[in-house]
Design a protein around this ligand. Sequence first.
Ligand SMILES: [Zn+2]
Length: 121
Amino acid sequence: MELWEDISKKVGDAASKVGRGAEKLTDIAKLKYNLTVRQGKLEKQFEAIGRLHYEELTSEADNTEVIAEIVSETEALKGEIAELREKLDDLTGAAHCAKCGVRIPRGSAFCPSCGEKQPEE
Ligand SMILES: [Zn+2]
């Protein structure tokens, strides 16, 4: 019966490994989705700021307060995006070039895109 126990243990281990892998994948998918949603929102806010500013330039409208409100929301959104990116990098083992910001594997000595030497971690 020892052999059977051994086999069933191995199967169980493999299954839980697959389970963890799938969990990681859904986390990555969720993060990517949340990032996309927030990036879409960010674009809409920039668009709104532009429209409100245009309105000011072409009419008597004073949108200073509304613009300031949207700008502070935009700053918060950018913070959330940076946080999500960091979590995503942790899960995918990615880092960003210190100079050009391109995604590179964590622990890279040089950036494959711009050649910049990366700071040691
Ligand atoms: Zn670079």
